[in-house]
Design a protein around this ligand. Structure first.
Ligand SMILES: Cc1cc2nc3c(=O)[nH]c(=O)nc-3n(C[C@H](O)[C@H](O)[C@H](O)COP(=O)(O)OP(=O)(O)OC[C@H]3O[C@@H](n4cnc5c(N)ncnc54)[C@H](O)[C@@H]3O)c2cc1C
Length: 431
């Protein structure tokens, strides 16, 4: 790994879509350090299955807006929703320019799939590995940029702050345990979700909401930290570890939910929180640890062409979805709340930005509409980069920092986790 310098123009914590897209939109002459707690390809962005929403034609605007607001229980910020939807066609064009391939029909036109809460199909996809398709292309593009350095297995522990201004971050190199300051003119939180704090989650275990812990410690504004989304359908397993997601587009394409008597019990295409509640009520009524999801209505061709990863995973678990229903259970999946940001990704602390799942820009309200998060992460990451450039460089400086305060890593992380969970559990919205 190249040596980490003492000072950069921009420090980015996280190498998911948000971190990568911000880095790619910074001026080529600006020196950027990207930290990632694990290896660069271990982010939830790589796991996204279903797809990415787009405004597929101007006459879908009203419906797309309404679907997003309804799913979010009208707690969304309408200005943020409008910004996301109107920015989406250009964003998709940029991804295609980076080499991202979305499913197309015989005439070369985009194919669209559907998930719960969407009144029409408007989701672009690449098999059932859309996140990997997008994120791997962005990561490759970043690796070609000489101005961007990626430091793997390096963790942001804190911001260096004075009088509500950010001067960079305190970094821990996990292999050696070495802790040191990295100064930067601008810093971006792009540390993803909080699933690692939950026993049952579809997220990578190392995603523990670190930016939220740092924000709580430094008085940086947070919003809706109790809005935690539970995904209705993850593969039921007695094993510990990350839960395997059964994408909502499986239901969008015709899969049905069944109770213990193999009877349908809800409308599978309602927003996630409502389907989750219906499943929990059914499990309680039936006295079971899961319900069943029947993918047989999709037929062999759709299963094998659109959902090859899900098909393979279930086979490995002993279930052939072409012949039998699979056991599914709700699990923590997504975090709607986060570090409060404005339409340019600015936090309440000067020269500190946030984008992606760790940020709350108001798009999702109380409940995220399926496949809006990759889109929202990319758009806000790009806007944060543009705002940094517009604010200009040549600021900052070096502030003294007491590194002894970070000597006890375990207790620091334990405190962050405890405070985040306490905040999040104020509502009975999470499991
Ligand atoms: C199984 C699954 C399926 C999904 N399917 C879809 C979908 O179909 N469509 C959709 O729109 N969304 C989907 N999502 C949600 C979407 O993938 C995420 O919301 C989005 O990718 C978040 O991107 P991000 O860049 O904010 O965070 P992530 O991609 O999670 O990246 C976070 C990064 O931060 C790093 N990090 C964490 N803490 C620190 C720290 N302290 N210091 C340094 N680095 C740190 C991590 O190592 C990682 O690199 C899915 C999520 C999951 C889990």
């Amino acid at each position: 790994m190249p040596t980490i310098q003492k000072k950069y123009d921009v420090l980015i914590a996280g190498t998911g879509v948000a971190g990568l897209y911000c880095a790619l939109h910074l001026p080529a002459e600006r020196r950027v350090l990207m930290l990632t707690k694990s290896s660069a390809d271990k982010s939830d962005s790589f796991l996204a299955q279903g797809g990415i929403c787009v405004l597929k034609s101007p006459d879908d605007y009203e419906k797309y807006f309404d679907d997003t607001m309804r799913a979010g229980h009208y707690e969304n910020d309408p200005a943020a929703v409008e910004l996301m939807i109107r920015s989406s066609p250009a964003l998709i064009g940029e991804l295609v320019d980076y080499g991202v391939r979305f499913a197309r029909d015989g005439a070369g036109q985009f194919r669209y799939t559907r998930e719960g809460g969407h009144s029409v199909p408007r989701i672009l996809f690449h098999d059932d590995v859309t996140g990997r398709e997008i994120t791997s292309h962005l990561l490759e593009a970043v690796k070609k940029r000489p101005n961007i350095q990626i430091a793997e297995d390096c963790e942001l522990l804190d911001v260096i702050a004075r009088e509500n201004e950010c001067f960079g971050g305190v970094v821990r190199e996990n292999a050696s345990g070495k802790v040191f300051p990295v100064y930067a003119e601008y810093t971006l939180f792009a540390t993803g979700g909080v699933g690692g704090l939950w026993e049952n989650s579809t997220n990578y275990r190392h995603l523990t909401g670190d930016a939220l812990g740092i924000a709580l410690k430094n008085g940086i504004a947070l919003e809706h930290i109790d809005y935690v989304q539970i995904h209705p359908t993850t593969f039921y397993s007695e094993k510990h570890g990350r839960r395997f997601l059964i994408s909502e587009s499986v239901r969008g394409e015709g899969a049905v939910l069944l109770d213990k008597n193999m009877q349908r019990f809800c409308n599978e295409l309602l927003p996630r929180d409502i389907v989750t509640s219906a499943i929990r009520a059914q499990m309680q009524k039936d006295g079971t640890k899961h319900v069943w999801l029947d993918m047989r209505p999709l037929g062999e061709r759709t299963v094998k062409e659109h959902f090859p990863t899900i098909y393979r995973h279930c086979l490995e678990e002993g279930y052939d979805v072409l012949r039998t229903p699979i056991p599914v259970v709700p699990a923590q999946h997504y975090f709607m709340g986060g570090v409060k940001v404005d339409l340019d990704g600015r936090t309440s602390m000067r020269r500190l930005y946030a984008a992606g799942e760790t940020a709350c820009n108001g798009v999702h309200g109380k409940n995220r509409l399926a496949s809006n998060s990759l889109l929202e992460s990319l758009i806000w990451a790009k806007r944060a980069a543009a705002d940094m450039s517009a604010q200009g460089f040549g600021k900052g400086g070096v502030q003294p920092i007491d590194l002894a305060a970070y000597a006890d890593y375990e207790s620091l992380k334990g405190n962050y986790a405890k405070e985040i969970r306490e905040e999040a559990e104020r509502e009975a919205y999470c499991d």
